[in-house]
Design a protein around this ligand. Structure first.
Ligand SMILES: Cc1ncc(COP(=O)(O)O)c(C=O)c1O
Length: 410
């Protein structure tokens, strides 16, 4: 598996990553690292996981060519040759998060853990973890910022129906960062019995690598499907970046192929020049958050700033350490799209392709024109682009109706 993870220096991606946690958690992180190397590489685990991904999650997800959207963005056909969506929205529970949740909960059950906790922003990771726990038979508690509990109400209902306990977190900005703080606090107290199922390729070692491996199925499938459909690799792979799990999953399929340009798109909220955005790689600085060294949104004294995005899944002031390395090393480029650009993109995809994308995914869609121009200029011909459609917009329906249709909705 091609990776920018340093095999001689586990847990580090260039100068980013590591373990910046209390001593109490080190044995649990060591235990998890050992389980990944042992149980995680066993034929029994791999066979069971693959069967669940096929028969329960619905993998492989399709690769859909977005003909009408491509022509809408580039009627001249000069910059976009072909545009493909990797359809993670068609996974059971509606987003890529389920790949990671099933993999981790299965591993935890085989480690003898009797309780699962998770944090969630948009609720998709909470729903995915609650689903995996119901399937495998483990109790589940999900920490969610009180603000996100309000704006992602359908997912709160889903988690409860699936038997999970949802704990609304009232501290800080009442969003994902605060939920993760509380989950880490719970884990420190209950570490012997509990597995903390982190939802993105972030956190202390070994989480970024574990989540990236579990999500690399996205890129592996996309690469094979593109080879079959077009006979060659794409010119660019594109994904949204919150903590960065769907993006790193997609990128892992193409990291070793230098001809494939990698683009991550973050949330610019009201604009990166304002203090209301979540564009960590674009406008952040190197610091420590949730157990690893990476780009973060913080002030000069290192205090974490509040992030803002219309999309709850991107509203996070940190990012997984591998993305920081891909940015610094120049292997990937990171752009950002505003709330308004994402809303317009969601509406456009719905009307041209019959797909209502999650607000998270609408961010990279909004930047497709810019990305295609840049790539086409570099290669001297229209580009073939694959974009990870990380989730569906059902959870965002209220926002989409209010902001995209306005009075038309009535
Ligand atoms: C549909 C969807 N896409 C993307 C994300 C962002 O997370 P990540 O960057 O880890 O893929 C989320 C997070 O909740 C999500 O629900």
């Amino acid at each position: 598996m091609p990776s920018s993870h340093h095999p001689q220096n586990p847990g580090w991606y260039g100068p980013y990553g590591g373990r910046f946690v209390s001593e109490t958690l080190i044995p649990a992180l060591d235990e998890l690292t050992e389980a990944i190397a042992g149980i995680g590489t066993s034929e029994a685990y791999k066979t069971e996981l693959n069967a669940l991904l096929t028969n329960y999650v619905g993998r492989p997800t399709p690769l859909t060519e977005a003909h009408r959207l491509a022509r809408e963005i580039d009627p001249s056909k000069k910059t976009i040759g072909r545009l493909f969506f990797k359809r993670e929205d068609l996974c059971h529970t509606g987003a890529h998060k389920i790949n990671n949740a099933i993999g981790q909960v299965l591993l935890a059950s085989k480690m003898g853990k009797t309780r699962i906790i998770a944090e969630t922003g948009a609720g998709q990771h909470g729903v995915a973890t609650a689903t995996a726990c119901a399937l495998i038979g483990l109790p589940c508690e999900v920490y969610m910022g009180a603000e996100d509990v309000k704006r992602q109400a359908p997912n709160v209902g889903r988690m409860k129906l699936l038997g999970a306990k949802v704990i609304a977190v009232e501290s800080g900005s009442k969003t994902l960062k605060d939920a993760m703080n509380e989950a880490l606090r719970d884990w420190v107290t209950n570490v012997a019995t509990t597995h903390y199922c982190i939802g993105s390729a972030a956190g202390p070692h070994p989480y970024p690598e574990l989540v990236a491996k579990l999500q690399s199925i996205i890129g592996t499938e996309a690469r094979a499907q593109l080879m079959e459909r077009t006979g060659r690799l794409p010119d660019a792979a594109v994904a949204c970046v919150g903590g960065g799990s769907n993006a790193i999953g997609m990128f892992r399929g193409f990291l070793a192929a230098a001809s494939v340009k990698l683009y991550g798109v973050e949330a610019a909220g009201h604009g990166v020049a304002t203090d209301k955005h979540a564009a960590t790689l674009t406008a952040g600085r190197v610091g420590i958050l949730h157990g690893s060294k990476s780009f973060v949104l913080c002030d000069e004294g290192g205090q974490i700033k509040e992030a803002h995005s219309i999309s709850a899944g991107l509203d996070y002031p940190g990012v997984g350490p591998e993305h920081s390395w891909l940015k610094t090393s120049g292997r990937a480029r990171y752009l950002s799209a505003t709330d308004e650009e994402a809303l317009a993109a969601a509406s456009l995809v719905a009307r041209t392709e019959g797909i209502i994308p999650a607000l998270e995914t609408s961010h990279p869609i909004a930047k497709l024109g810019e990305i295609a121009s840049e790539v086409a200029k570099g290669i001297g011909r229209p580009a073939t682009i694959v974009l990870c459609l990380s989730g569906r917009g059902d959870k965002d329906l209220e926002t989409l109706l209010a902001r995209c249709l306005g009075n038309e909705a009535n």
